[in-house]
Design a binder for this molecule. Sequence first.
Ligand SMILES: NC(=O)c1ccc[n+]([C@@H]2O[C@H](COP(=O)([O-])OP(=O)(O)OC[C@H]3O[C@@H](n4cnc5c(N)ncnc54)[C@H](O)[C@@H]3O)[C@@H](O)[C@H]2O)c1
Length: 421
Amino acid sequence: MVLKDNYDVKDLKLAETGRQRIEWAAREMPVLKLIRERFEKEKPFEGVRIAGCLHITTETGNLGLTLQAGGADLIFCASNPLSTQDDVAAALVEYGIPTNSIKGEDDKTYYKHISTALDHNPHLTVDDGADLVTKMHTRRSDIIGDVIGGTEETTTGVIRLRSMENGGALKYPIIAVNDAMTKHFFDNRYGTGQSTLDGIIRATNVLLAGKKLVVAGYGWCGRGVASRARGMGANIIVTEIDPLKALEAVMDGFLVMPMEEAARVGDIFVTVTGDINVLDRRHFNLMKDGAILSNSGHFNVEIDIPSLAEDAVSKRTVREFVDEYKMSDGRRIYVLGEGRLINLAAAEGHPASVMDMSFANQALCLEYMVKNKGKIKTRVYPVPEDIDKEIARLKLRAMDVNIDVLTPEQVKYLASWEQGT
Ligand SMILES: NC(=O)c1ccc[n+]([C@@H]2O[C@H](COP(=O)([O-])OP(=O)(O)OC[C@H]3O[C@@H](n4cnc5c(N)ncnc54)[C@H](O)[C@@H]3O)[C@@H](O)[C@H]2O)c1
């Protein structure tokens, strides 16, 4: 195959390993496989240019191949400087999908890669965190006219896009894939739950059993991290700002307290809030010697690393993905993966089985955008309910799980109000 020249990866020689790992992930992505087989026949994306700004992982590789099978002219860039799997990026280039991402790239290269994706002049955008969309709106508004619509993968991106919509800045429709039940119920909870611990363990090889693990944020991701860490024997402390979520955490059996209290006792900290400076100077000053800080929220703003660096007397990297900050009183604080999402920085991100549903939503929502071109208003939309339900049905079928069907009597009963005791 003649490679296009609009790619930038670490090393094309890694492609064979990437290809094998993409194939391995495919085993756990049966729903996407069914969609790919249909796309191969129907070619819904013939003549459609797509720019995808996603974590370049084996699962994203499978999404790319699915869209390509549907006829898409696709380009990829990374949605985080530390989340790229370089072998997958190389394999995608060899599959004919120009990919622009190198693990550990600096911010300048990161944004240059986004610019290259925008140079593709896309009809559809697939974003994870809304950096591609915001860059297009602020710097490349000349190409917005050709865009049919886009999709957004994560909570933080959806929040940014909703504020663009509310501020009248959004210029084309976006489907909030994150908000599909077959996405956040599973991906954010079980995917982030498991892979965040995987990232912490791979980075540190620390034993979780018996440790005090503080989870900041008891949303979809936080619930997953807390329940999985409890399963490994950690004592969980939850911090929240929302009384309902805090109450839920209490009734789920976790200790809940403000971060200023948790900071004094925690051994390991995980932020998953989507918020800024959740761990800051106030907390660093209270932490025990040896405290380990990690983040699994989308951006690297949840731990105030600039303040930590300012207050520390020295900093050194003690293992891959582990930076030690020594404080003037001799305490050492360890930050994992530069405060970037630890499941992607130090591990492999979500397991393929949950990304199967997230990316099935992506594929079907992009198809929906093309089919409804010109009919959708400029807004942030939920995933159509029939797409969500269909994905749940297909996933159950793939897992060989059958469920009951309402009898006609039950349908009638559930639709009526007359019958009581
Ligand atoms: N690591 C990954 O692979 C991955 C996967 C999915 C989502 N995410 C990201 O993780 C973050 C959380 O996503 P979610 O779906 O759980 O969102 P969510 O909205 O369900 O939960 C976030 C929770 O954090 C709480 N919170 C906000 N500020 C806080 C603070 N200062 N202290 C304590 N709690 C606070 C909120 O009340 C909320 O309950 C987002 O940035 C999202 O984009 C990461």
